[in-house]
Design a protein around this ligand. Structure first.
Ligand SMILES: [Zn+2]
Length: 157
C-alpha cells in the first residue's frame, strides 16, 4: 500500500481492534458507547479516532484501540450506530479476523423505548425491539409497538 496525499497512514497497532468504515461523523458516538473516554484515563494503550478521513471508498470515520475486544452487545451498538462498519481484530500487527457490524433482527435491553408511557419505562422489564426497517434504521418496541428511528434510538449503556 502506498501513501497518497489523500490517504494518510495511521499508526499500526500491535494487538487490539480497528473499527473501520464507520459512517461519517459517527465515530464519536461509538467512542462514547464504548466508554473510551473513561477507559483511556486508566490506560496506557493507544486509542486513535479518525473523523472525516478520506479513503478509497469516500469519507469515513475509524477507531483504533489497542488491547481491546468488543463484547457482543458492543458489536450490536456499533452496528446500530453505523451499519456495515468493519471490525478488524489485530494480533501481532496482523488482521486475524474481520467482522461486519450487521444489525441483528432483535435488539435487546441496551436501547430504551422513547415512549414515556411504555411499560418498560415504569416497570423493571427488559426492553425488546425488532428491526422494522434497515434504511433508515427503524426499531419497533415489543411492548408498546412504537416505531422509531434516528435520534430516538437512545442507548442505555
Ligand atoms: Zn415501548
Amino acid at each position: 500500500m502506498s501513501d497518497t496525499p489523500r490517504t494518510r497512514k495511521i499508526a499500526r497497532i500491535q494487538n487490539g481492534i480497528v473499527i473501520d468504515h464507520i459512517r461519517k461523523g459517527r465515530a464519536l458516538t461509538i467512542a462514547r458507547l464504548l466508554k473510551l473516554g473513561e477507559l483511556s484515563q486508566s490506560w496506557d494503550d493507544q486509542v486513535s479516532i479518525g473523523i472525516n478521513h478520506s479513503s478509497k471508498i469516500g469519507i469515513k470515520d475509524y477507531i483504533k484501540i489497542e488491547n481491546f475486544e468488543l463484547s457482543r452487545i458492543q458489536l450490536s451498538c456499533v452496528a446500530l450506530v453505523s451499519p456495515g462498519a468493519t471490525i478488524n481484530i489485530i494480533r501481532d500487527t496482523k488482521v486475524v479476523e474481520k467482522l461486519s457490524a450487521e444489525v441483528p433482527d432483535e435488539i435487546g435491553d441496551f436501547v430504551t423505548c422513547p415512549d414515556p408511557y411504555c411499560i418498560t419505562n415504569h416497570e423493571k422489564i427488559p426492553c425488546r425491539f425488532h428491526v422494522v426497517a434497515r434504511e433508515p434504521l427503524t426499531l419497533g418496541c415489543h411492548y408498546c409497538e412504537l416505531e422509531f428511528y434516528d435520534k430516538l434510538i437512545v442507548f442505555k449503556l
